[in-house]
Design a protein around this ligand. Structure first.
Ligand code: NDP
Length: 377
C-alpha cells in the first residue's frame, strides 16, 4: 500500500506508531467492550454482501491494509462464501447468511462488520451487526431515509459500538487537502461551488443496474448513488456545515423503461447559511465527475474524475497540488482502525451519513414540489 501523506493521515499514522497499552485504553469503555481483538493483531473485518464493490475494491484492499484483514463474510450464497474462504484464508465457520448475522456475537475473529448491500438493506444489516456487538461500517448512502439512519444510530448507541460511513474520500489526500483549505480559510470562505457526478447506465449491464433503478432497494436514482459525493464535497468545502435550504429539478427521462421508478438525473442548488451556493448535478445519463469551489482570494478544483477510484487531480489558484496517490479503500479502512484504537471520533461518523440523507430528502422534496425546501440537518 502506498502511504498517504496528508497532514491528517500523517498525524494518525504517527500516533499509531506510538501506540501503547495506554493508548488502547483511551477507547471509551463501551466501545472497548465491543473490541474482541487484542491490539497486537489486525482488526478482523467481515464484508456483508459480496457484490461488485466488495469483490473488486474492498476485499483486495483488505489484502494490503496495515491494521485490518478479511476474516469472514455475510452472503446469500454459501458456495460464494466457501470460495472466498479459500481465497482469503478465513475459516468456513465465519461464513454467515443475512438471517444468521446474530451468530457473529462473541466471535473473536470479528471486530468490524462492513455493510455493502443495496442501500435499502443497510438499516437491517447494520442493526443486525450492532446487535451482534460489532463495530459497523455502513456503505454510502447510509440508508434510504432519515428514519432508517436514526434506527441505525440508535442500535449502535445501544450496543456501545462505533458507527462509521464508507466515505472513502475523507481518507484520500486530495480531498483531505480540500477540507484543510476550507478549515484553515486559506482562500477565504468558499462561496461559489459547482459539482457533478454520474455515469451512463447501460441497459446491457442489467444485473448491476437492477437494484440501482429499483426504488425500494436504492431509495432513489443517481442522487442517492452519485449525488451523495457532490453533497459531501460541498459540505467539506463549507467545513462540514450543512446547507440551510435547497432547490432542485429533475432532468428529462430519455429511457423511460429503465427509469420508471427513479430519476435519470437531477440538478440541485444548496444554499448555505453564509450565502454560499453549490450548484450540483447527479446523473445516470453521462459520465461526469468534477468539483470546483471559489472564494474571494482563490479557488480549488478537483478535475474529472473527482470522485472515482483513480488518482484525483487537485488544482488551486496557486497551481497543481502534488500529493501521494493511495488505495482509497485501504486508506479508509486503516484510517477507521486508527481512529478506533486512538479513541478519536471518526471523521466519517454515522451522524454525517444522516446529515447527507437529510439533505437528499430535502432535494427530492424540492424537485417533487418545485419549491425551495429548508434542510433540517
Ligand atoms: P452489487 O449489486 O454489485 O452488490 C450488492 C450485493 O449485495 C449482492 O451481490 C448480494 O451479495 C447482496 N445482496 C443482498 N440482498 C440483495 C438484493 N435483494 N439485491 C441485490 N443484492 C443483494 O452492488 P455494489 O457492490 O455496487 O453496491 C453495494 C453498496 O456499496 C451500495 O450501497 C453502494 O452505494 C455502495 N458502493 C460504494 C462505493 C464507494 O466507492 N464507496 C462504490 C460502489 C458501491 P451476495 O450475493 O453475497 O448475497
Amino acid at each position: 500500500m502506498k502511504t498517504p501523506h496528508s497532514p491528517d493521515l500523517v498525524s494518525r499514522r504517527a500516533f499509531l506508531g506510538q501506540l501503547s497499552a495506554a493508548a488502547a485504553l483511551a477507547m471509551t469503555a463501551r466501545e472497548s467492550r465491543a473490541l474482541d481483538t487484542p491490539q497486537a493483531k489486525k482488526f478482523g473485518v467481515v464484508l456483508v454482501g459480496l457484490g461488485t464493490y466488495s469483490t473488486d475494491r474492498l476485499a483486495p484492499a483488505l489484502r494490503v491494509t496495515k491494521h485490518c484483514r478479511l476474516t469472514g463474510v455475510v452472503t446469500g450464497s454459501r458456495s460464494k462464501g466457501k470460495k472466498w474462504a479459500r481465497e482469503y484464508g478465513f475459516p468456513e465457520k465465519n461464513i454467515f447468511g443475512y438471517e444468521t448475522m446474530g451468530q457473529m456475537a462473541g466471535n473473536p475473529d470479528i471486530d468490524f462488520v462492513y455493510v455493502v448491500t443495496p442501500n435499502g438493506l443497510h438499516a437491517e444489516h447494520c442493526i443486525a451487526a450492532a446487535k451482534a456487538g460489532k463495530h459497523v461500517i455502513c456503505e454510502k448512502p447510509m440508508a434510504n431515509t432519515v428514519a432508517e439512519c436514526d434506527a441505525i444510530i440508535a442500535a449502535c448507541r445501544a450496543a456501545g459500538v462505533r458507527l462509521t460511513v464508507g466515505y472513502r474520500l475523507h481518507y484520500e489526500p486530495h480531498h483531505a487537502e480540500l477540507a484543510r483549505l476550507a478549515r484553515e480559510n486559506v482562500f477565504g470562505a468558499f462561496m461559489r461551488m459547482n459539482g457533478s457526478n454520474g455515469f451512463e447506465m447501460g441497459t446491457d449491464d442489467a444485473a448491476s443496474a437492477a437494484w440501482r433503478v429499483n426504488k425500494k432497494l436504492a431509495g432513489g436514482g443517481p442522487l442517492m448513488d452519485m449525488g451523495v459525493y457532490v453533497i459531501q464535497a460541498a459540505c467539506m468545502a463549507k467545513v462540514e456545515a450543512a446547507p440551510v435550504s435547497v432547490t432542485a429539478k429533475f432532468g428529462p427521462v430519455t429511457r423511460p423503461k429503465l427509469f420508471s421508478q427513479v430519476e435519470e438525473s437531477v440538478n440541485w442548488t444548496m444554499e448555505f447559511g453564509d450565502g454560499a451556493e453549490a450548484k450540483c448535478l447527479a446523473t445516470y445519463a453521462e459520465a461526469v465527475s468534477r468539483f470546483r469551489a471559489e472564494a474571494e482570494h482563490g479557488w480549488a478544483q478537483l478535475d474529472d474524475p473527482a470522485f472515482y477510484y483513480d488518482d484525483p487531480v487537485l488544482t488551486t489558484s496557486r497551481g497543481k497540488v502534488h500529493l501521494p496517490n493511495v488505495n482509497h479503500q485501504a486508506a479508509q479502512l486503516d484510517g477507521m482502525a486508527e481512529e478506533l484504537v486512538a479513541g478519536r471520533p471518526s471523521i466519517a461518523p454515522g451522524e454525517m451519513g444522516r446529515r447527507d440523507v437529510t439533505i437528499i430528502e430535502a432535494i427530492y422534496a424540492a424537485a417533487n414540489s418545485g419549491q425551495r425546501v429548508e434542510v433540517k440537518a
